[in-house]
Ligand binder design. Structure first.
Ligand SMILES: C[S@@+](CC[C@H](N)C(=O)[O-])C[C@H]1O[C@@H](n2cnc3c(N)ncnc32)[C@H](O)[C@@H]1O
Length: 251
């Protein structure tokens, strides 16, 4: 891990985890936008509006399920991800599902390279907790959006991350935000480093407001029926704190 920046650590983890992660994901994810663990879906939340013929950019697309679901509804989608393994799965999935989506291996830090293209919608599901510079990203998203365009992103709820699901006790301080790196030993005994950024809700909201985007809605959904991301989440904790938080912004 030594000498690597956070983006490199995060890419390495996702390249290594990609195969397992994609196996765990239900194929249902390719029919609607699932906003995150117990985070409900577009059919219920109706955040996107009419999507047919809209140009959509998905940030941190993983296996491409969100973009594929939207392409099936007639959107023109581009998905970007830092992990070439994840992008490989995304391309395979689009081919299997018979839809055309452009998938690019591109980190958040380089999305301004997409200029002068413009998008009606920028969307990100459970990925911006890995973004090192949310301020730069928000400004770049604003530049890539058409006037009136929308930016929706979901991340892990900062409150949810504070509680240890084993004993339901607070394990970290809410005020201790920033880069977190956790050492993991996988069943095959290999060592991996999982990195992400913790941010307070107020920090996220204030960055959005300062970026010139309008914040329209903050949603803390709780969909009890979630079977897609359900594994790995302890019910007793999920019943008390939403694991997903969604921000809807407009240019
Ligand atoms: C939890 S997965 C979510 C994937 C997908 N949005 C979904 O709903 O299944 C997070 C994704 O963010 C990607 N990611 C992490 N850091 C990134 C970065 N700096 N730039 C682009 N993608 C990144 C990872 O490779 C991974 O595919």
């Amino acid at each position: 891990m030594s000498g690597k920046n956070s983006e490199e650590i995060i890419k390495e983890w996702w390249d290594s985890a990609s195969e397992y992660y994609q196996k765990e994901i239900s194929a249902d994810k390719m029919t609607t936008v699932q906003y995150g663990p117990f985070g409900s879906n577009e059919e219920k939340l109706k955040l996107l509006g009419k999507i047919k013929n809209k140009h959509v950019l998905e940030l941190g697309c993983g296996g491409g399920q969100v973009s594929i679901a939207l392409a099936k509804k007639g959107a023109v989608c581009t998905g970007i991800d830092i992990s070439n393994k994840q992008v490989g799965f995304a391309r395979e999935n689009a081919e299997k599902e018979g839809v055309k989506v452009e998938f690019l291996e591109l980190p958040f830090s380089r999305i301004k390279e997409l200029k002068p293209r413009k998008f009606d919608v920028v969307l990100s599901v459970m990925a911006l907790q890995y973004c090192s510079d949310l301020w730069a990203l928000l400004k770049n998203v604003r530049d890539l959006l058409v006037k009136g365009g929308i930016f929706i992103f979901s991340i892990e709820h900062p409150f949810y991350l504070l509680i240890d699901p084993k004993d339901m006790k607070i394990k970290e301080s809410y005020f201790d935000s920033g880069l977190k790196i956790k050492k993991e030993r996988w069943p095959d005994k290999s060592i991996h480093y999982f990195a992400y950024y913790d941010r307070k809700v107020s920090d996220i909201v204030n960055l959005i407001l300062d970026s010139g985007l309008k914040l329209e809605r903050v949603i803390e959904p709780f969909d009890k029926q979630d079977k897609i991301w359900g594994t790995g989440y302890r019910r007793a904790l999920v019943n008390k704190i939403a694991p997903t938080i969604i921000f809807k912004c407009r240019k």
